[in-house]
Design a protein around this ligand. Sequence first.
Ligand SMILES: [Zn+2]
Length: 293
Amino acid sequence: MPKLNQTEVKSTHNKHLLILLILLILVTLFFTGFIIIYRQDLIYPPLHRDQPSPKKFVESVDQNLPDILPKPKVIEHGSRNKHQIALTFDADMTVGMLGLLQRHFVKSWYNYPIKQTLDKEGVKATVFLGGLWAKTYPNEAKDLANDPLIELGNHSYSHPAFAKNCFKLPVIDVTQKTNEVLSAQLEIERVTGVVPKYFRFPGGCYEQADVETIAKLGLKIIHWDVSANDGFNQDTNSIVRKVVNSIQNGSIVVFHIHDGPYAPKTNDALVKIIPELKKQGYQFVTISELLAN
Ligand SMILES: [Zn+2]
């Protein structure tokens, strides 16, 4: 083995130092990254000495949810002891529906006479808006939001199916579900200034895991116990009969406010239903009022 001279020894020494330095930098970067990704509680100081940091708090709530809080559920009706009912109207807007509108195959996806009927009768109601519906009809959405008789809810962004076999709606991937809910929430707030407190699944279809997902987003899930069967229904009287014969104290009735070929007779039925239910002494309330007690 040849003997190294003084300069060569120095150069090898420098090389080793450089490698050591690079290794040191890499190790530091690795642990910094680890801290940023996994230990945000170390970066963000606790709000208070005795309180856990927000992230830890959220984790502890999530983990203990089944033990300390009642399991999130889908609400189908209010109290059966009060002579109150909630009329609800879904404003669906799928990408396909928007396409039909843009190509003028459908004149409108808003049944404005329903709002006129509610106003004329002084009847309160809750309207579940699709995010895409609010985006398409911003003035109409604002008009609904400004009506003191009307409460707004969230009906997803593009009205996809959250579970299989849901009225031929396209089923979305589980990773898209939160996005559907939050996008609608943001769009409705952007257009109307209202932050919905309630969510209704498109077609009323869901898996149990979806119920947990929505609850964690802070929204209450509203289903129904009376379906008006007004979707794709040309028979006004069958809608009237269905609602009047099924209604009881605390009922949540689902109608559709998007008109067109998908819900053509809703208002015609409504003008007959409301006077009949008034005659029976029912009080019409919003979802918030129905669930208040
Ligand atoms: Zn719907």
